[in-house]
Write a protein that binds this ligand. Structure first.
Ligand code: PLP
Length: 408
């Protein structure tokens, strides 16, 4: 990365003039915190007492036997407080906000997971919290909206554009422009203007640091491959970072949706539909049409359907350091069920993308090799989607009765 936040040709900070000073302050606060060893110690201490760090590295004995080939280890980010690796990012930024002396945080959220994580952090640190969420998402993600509000956050339904995640991002920036003095924008993934990609992956790097130590302690050798799903790219960068200088193949898995030729997917790097552009304050690959308008995306997992992707991943992919694949919705449901039945792990549908690709490939590796799959989150939140996908009649009856109770 250069001093303007570029990774090769990707990244940068395309921000409105009024935010230049705010970003300069953030860059400086982050630089200063990073060079203070007590800051990382404070972060690790917080994550080990409030979340579940270090998260275990689980040997998946039954899946290994079932797939044949390399041994399968699973990094258990699902055991974090609020159910995913997102806690690493929000708690880290929370500590930084405290250091900067600000009292209010704002966030964008799509499925609501990052909103819940941010609202949780705000409750813990005593910050005021506003979460921007597309109106469409507010309607379809009621359980997360419910928890954000119970946690004390204000959830603002965004009525612009397609009323989804990208509109929520624009609205969060608008808020920041008017309230930059006491407000910090807690961006949810390793995207956005510099220093966010660097900062978010810095906090997430705790995942890879632990995983590398854990696998060396268990196996006395490095994994042949590490698999992670790719939405904005934060959990992938978090686990990949520790292995970048090792002879380890790093595989990122995007949402293949209904197939890469279907037009219904969110594969910015793995498909031919992604093109380089500038949006949401940074340069990277985006799913856009010929006129540069952002396309609609599709994925069975709400957390992988963002139109852009981390500039750091874009750069690593173009350099040939990482391999990017996609898993379709159908493959993901199979992998989800297999993980559940064989290991008793309810994986988030996002994480199940990484599982799906790994299951396809491990059989071609030898028995002396091992791979690590990053289970970025737990799948309890996906109960509605999964029940629908399997057309569970008893679940449908349960919902019908509930609706009746409310007089529907
Ligand atoms: C949000 C989310 C993702 C996608 O975000 P990244 O920044 O790509 O990691 C993946 N898995 C889970 C469980 C999530 O909640």
């Amino acid at each position: 990365m250069n001093e303007r936040g570029y990774y090769g040709e990707f990244g940068g900070a395309f921000i409105p003039e009024v935010l230049v000073a705010t970003f300069a302050q953030l860059v400086e606060a982050f630089r200063e915190a990073k060079s203070d060893p007590s800051f990382w110690q404070e972060y690790v201490e917080l994550m080990s007492t409030y979340s579940c760090r270090p998260t275990p590295l689980t040997y998946a004995e039954n899946l290994t036997r079932h797939c044949g080939g390399a041994g399968i280890y699973i990094k258990r980010e699902d055991l974090n407080h609020t159910g995913a690796h997102k806690a690493n990012n929000v708690m880290g930024q929370g500590l930084l906000v405290k250091r900067m002396g600000k009292r209010r945080v704002i966030a964008e959220t799509g499925a609501g997971q990052h909103g819940v994580a941010t609202a949780t952090m705000a409750a813990k640190f005593g910050f005021r919290c506003t979460v921007y969420m597309g109106e469409v998402d507010v309607e379809r993600q009621r359980p997360n909206v419910f928890w954000m509000e119970r946690l004390g956050a204000e959830v603002v339904p965004v009525q612009e554009g397609s009323r989804t995640l990208k509109d929520a991002i624009n609205e969060a920036f608008r808020d920041w422009v008017t309230n930059m003095d006491d407000t910090h924008y807690v961006l949810g993934t390793a995207c956005g203007p510099h220093p966010f990609p660097e900062m978010v992956s810095y906090f997430q790097s705790i995942v890879g640091k632990e995983a590398r130590e854990q696998i060396l302690a268990r196996e006395g050798k490095l994994p042949a491959r590490v698999y992670a799903c790719v939405g904005g790219g934060s959990n992938a960068l978090g686990i990949f970072a520790a292995f970048l200088d090792d002879p380890v193949e790093l595989v990122g898995v995007e949402a293949g949706g209904k197939g890469l030729d279907s037009g219904h997917h969110a594969a910015r790097l793995a498909s031919k539909d992604g093109a380089v552009g500038v949006a949401h304050g940074y340069k990277s690959y985006f799913l856009q049409d010929g006129d540069g308008q952002m396309r609609e995306t599709h994925s069975i997992s709400a957390g992988l359907d963002y139109v852009g992707v981390s500039p750091i991943l874009a750069c690593l992919r173009d350099q040939g350091r990482i391999r990017i694949e996609a898993a379709t919705d159908a493959e993901v449901l199979d992998a989800f069920s297999l993980t559940l039945r064989k290991e008793g792990l309810i994986s988030a549908l996002e994480s199940a993308h990484a599982f799906a690709r790994a299951f396809k490939e491990v059989g071609n590796l030898s028995h002396d090799e091992v791979v690590i799959i990053n289970q970025s989150g737990r799948g309890d939140k996906d109960i509605f989607t999964v029940a629908d996908a399997f057309a569970d009649p008893k679940w449908r009856e349960f919902i019908r009765r509930k609706a009746e109770q409310y007089g529907a």
